[in-house]
Design a binder for this molecule. Structure first.
Ligand code: AMP
Length: 420
């Protein structure tokens, strides 16, 4: 069920955008979600609120998204035949992770409306292409060089300088698949690492393995930031407040919103996200990650063409959640307001936090402004994202106090005592 209507122009459309027919997918239709994790689950819940039906594909029959979907397909995520079966029952297909194999993306696009497009996926799957795209759009990036061989590594270090970071071009996620080089003594060990372990960092990371790398100069950042932006097929955009993110062991730990940065920094970060969404002709929600240095210089690091962990706060703290926004935009509907209702702090709950969370539920749920989300994963493995907590309050300081109370209840023995 989808209807073609001429697009209307909007104030946020770039001037070059000409009206073109756009497929609108109305409530009652079926949205397909490739991947069954928590991002799919929260997207599915938002879709069901709006009267859509949801079909999902994941290798695990009881995956978080499958638990709340109308139709479940159980197959590996790179099974093109299964993807085609999913597409056959859907009016539009989206995904909750970016490393959709190219043949699967092609199979989906042959059989259904797919948003965002495989072109956007392809940029996000490869760090070299991603950084080149940022640079072409005039977004500030740390000096970088693609590396595929030892001579290229030696030459690139000469250009980029020390300290620098060698990352797999594809396959890395949550800080995996990267190696620091502090000086010439690290060169040969970094290359040994690259040639032995440097590729294939899991099936949810940036694409499939290949001996391709990117060497990046170190950004001496004081804050890590992110911005969620939504764009519909008509070219209308909506950008969220900037989040300040704290990672532990390469995994997002806390998001603080609004980020404690100047208004100028926040609006520049938002403008970069909007420019990227237009530049990619992206449809759906995307999350852009940035670094901020002590002298207020911003660098764009990477993006994900889907709802983002650092945007979970939008469920309670914004007029329109990132998940509802994803549904609206992939269905060709108007974007919703991104206004912040209350400051918020989000804390991720990992496998090692779950037993203490369960044991302290009575106290946890009495923390002022707390909202608990649990994703329904059966096995609470260490560092696995199992749920999150969002605390909304009158100020960031109060929200941080609530987050500290939650953290005191759930933190594992080897976690630091301070939440942020
Ligand atoms: P990424 O996989 O690109 O998100 O990187 C994971 C983490 O490594 C980031 O959250 C940063 O803490 C750090 N990092 C990545 N790239 C750089 C860089 N160019 N300079 C400094 N730190 C970096």
């Amino acid at each position: 069920m989808s209807v073609d209507v001429p697009a209307t122009s909007s104030p946020s459309s770039p001037p070059s955008d000409r009206p073109r027919p756009v497929s609108i997918v109305p409530p009652g239709a079926t949205i397909g979600i490739l991947g069954g994790g928590q991002l799919g689950r929260m997207t599915a819940l938002a879709a069901r609120h709006m009267g859509y039906r949801v079909a999902t594909l994941d290798p695990v029959p009881d995956a978080p998204c499958a638990q709340v979907a109308d139709h479940r397909f159980t197959a590996h995520l790179d099974d093109a035949i299964a993807a085609r079966r999913l597409a056959a029952v859907c009016d539009v297909v989206t995904y909750e992770f970016e490393n959709v194999a190219a043949p699967v993306a092609a199979a989906l696009e042959e059989a259904a409306l797919v948003r965002p497009s495989s072109r956007v996926l392809a940029v996000s799957q490869d760090r070299v292409r991603e950084k080149e795209t940022f640079a072409a759009l005039g977004l500030p990036v740390a000096p970088f060089r693609p590396v595929t061989s030892w001579p290229e590594l030696e030459a690139s270090v000469g250009v980029v300088g020390y300290p620098c970071l060698l990352k797999t071009a594809t396959g890395g996620y949550d800080g995996k698949g990267q190696r620091w080089l502090h000086g010439p003594d690290d060169l040969s060990t970094a290359w040994e690492w690259a040639t032995s372990h440097g590729s294939g960092c899991g099936d949810r990371g940036k694409g499939e393995s290949a001996r391709r790398f990117i060497l990046e100069a170190r950004v001496p950042f004081v804050r890590e930031l992110s911005v969620i932006v939504a764009r519909n097929p008509q070219g209308e955009t909506a950008v969220y407040p900037v989040a300040e993110n704290i990672h532990r062991r390469g995994i997002l730990h806390v998001s603080i919103v609004p980020a404690r940065v100047s208004a100028g920094v926040a609006s520049r970060a938002q403008e970069f996200a909007v420019r990227l969404a237009h530049g990619l002709d992206a449809v759906g929600v995307l999350g852009l990650e940035l670094f901020l240095t002590g002298d207020e210089v911003l660098y764009v690091n990477e993006f994900a063409p889907r709802p983002h962990n650092s945007g979970h706060y939008t469920i309670e703290a914004c007029v329109t959640s990132q998940f509802q926004q994803h549904v609206r935009t992939v269905c060709g509907l108007p974007v919703g307001s991104t206004a912040l209702l209350r400051p918020a702090v989000m804390v991720n709950l990992l496998g090692q936090h779950m037993s203490r969370m369960q044991a302290s539920l009575g106290r946890l749920l009495r923390v002022e402004g707390v909202h608990l989300h649990v994703y329904g994963k059966s096995e609470a493995r260490r560092d696995r994202k199992m749920g999150h907590v969002t605390i909304i309050a009158e100020s960031v300081e109060e929200a941080l106090e609530g987050a500290q109370q939650v953290w005191d209840l759930v933190r594992a023995p080897d976690d630091p005592p301070h939440v942020a």
